[in-house]
Design a protein around this ligand. Structure first.
Ligand code: MN
Length: 240
């Protein structure tokens, strides 16, 4: 009995080894799981479900096989693939989750997030996020020709990369007070998220209890994933 969590694969045509590791993970661990959660930034970039091409089929098909085998699949948007929509959902069997979402994880109520909402020290990013998560903005963006969307995404990426150079590492990480606020508001002591590419299991005291924040890792040369069973939590990442 296990539940599998992954995030931040940043799949793209340039990273076939990540796609291969992902297919291997689903074949080895996914098939044994009671549920699979993908917590965002599954793709490096996603500019609308109308951009799905036959090249995506191995990635999407592997999910579809698991959902057809009866394994529930859940997908939460990241900051790079927030335009994943209903067509993706239908093609894979993934149910889209709101950010944040609360799940019952073997008796422990657990808050799931992508993680970007926790990085409140990055004021510019939070403003950008509000803009691009606005349904009207998304509708207008998705109505543009794909070539125009590609061009706009490239501009946004270049701008964010050049501004990231001037930001301290602390700004790009979660804000601890924001973490505590999300948990306190939800009356929970367990949080799982990705986004920061700093895989770790943090324990801290919150309102007199021990709280846990599990950070999923990004995928580079090696896969990174979390397996939770009724007895334990294992974060499998070469860096820790
Ligand atoms: Mn992210």
């Amino acid at each position: 009995m296990q539940t599998l969590f992954i995030s931040d694969l940043h799949l793209s045509a340039n990273t076939p080894h990540i796609a291969q590791n992902y297919l291997t993970l689903l074949a080895n661990e996914g098939i044994k799981s009671q549920a699979i959660y993908i917590l965002g930034d599954f793709f490096e970039v996603w500019l609308g479900d109308d951009g799905i091409t036959p090249q995506h089929e191995p990635i999407l098909g592997a999910l579809r096989q698991l959902s057809e085998a009866g394994i529930p699949l859940y997908f939460m948007h990241g900051n790079r693939d927030f335009l994943i929509g209903h067509r993706f959902s239908e093609m894979t069997g993934c149910q889209l989750l709101q950010d944040p979402t609360i799940i019952d994880l073997y008796g422990t109520q657990t808050l799931l997030m992508h993680g970007d909402l926790l990085c409140t020290d990055d004021i510019d990013y939070m403003a950008f996020r509000r803009q691009v998560r606005d349904p009207d903005w998304q509708q207008q963006f998705l109505a543009l020709e794909m070539t125009k969307r590609v061009e706009m995404a490239k501009q946004a990426r270049d701008a964010s990369q050049s501004s990231a150079k001037n930001k301290s590492l602390e700004i790009m990480d979660v804000n601890q007070q924001t973490v505590e606020k999300f948990l306190t508001d939800a009356q929970l002591t367990q949080l799982i998220h990705g986004h920061t590419h700093r895989p770790a299991i943090h324990e801290f005291e919150l309102n007199g209890e021990t709280a846990k924040r599990i950070v999923l890792g990004d995928w580079g040369a090696e896969p990174s994933y979390l397996i939770v069973t009724p007895d334990k939590m294992t974060l499998l990442d070469q860096r820790i």
